[in-house]
Design a binder for this molecule. Sequence first.
Ligand SMILES: [Zn+2]
Length: 241
Amino acid sequence: MPLYRDEAIVLRTHKLGEADRIVTALTRRLGKVRVVGKGVRRTKSRFGARLEPGMHIDVQCYEGRSLDTVTQVETLDPWGEAIARDYPSWTAATAVLETCDRLTEEREPALQQYLLLAGALRSLAGREHDPVLVLDAYLLRAMAVAGWAASFHDCAKCGAAGPHRGFHVVAGGAVCPVCRPPGSAAPAPETLRLLAALLAGDWSLADASDTRHRTEGSGLTAAFLQWHLERGIRSLRMVER
Ligand SMILES: [Zn+2]
């Protein structure tokens, strides 16, 4: 039986039969995999707690005909455990995990998405920043990696140098007065600067931002994500903004 071993982050799990669980995980090298954890729902299972959403693991599996089976799993970082102790961090992590699941395909290597996911969960587990900022930074970057980079400065349509007042989700972000479609939003300039900072990883600017700009930025980020993903991200509704 062919075996493989990889570093992975658990995205979600669901029950299988009496005691087993199907685990969807994003691996560093192989991309997303669906594997069976046998007996993990028994209280004596050594695997169970390691195969929970948000856990960073080193996992060994053998390849089956349809599903692979976990044979060994070690915890690298118990991010899921640390995050579950804080409700705002947990709801943000749930939206991060669901988005990652939607943006990745089974057996398609996605190292950039893996690194973004790991960075977001590490930050949430370590309570490094406001969980909503971590979530929005993750969403903006994960969309950029998926090919949907938003523009928060120059015009998304013609490239005219910004800053611009108009913002239009379908157009791709900031829009100049010439390109500005009807129904464009006019967010505060500080909000667009915040979103640009989150995309670029400028945490000193992001951490110093006002609540109202965070709230407005979250709304724009969510609208951007919902536009690109056919079905929305359900767990985003749980996040308090
Ligand atoms: Zn333009």
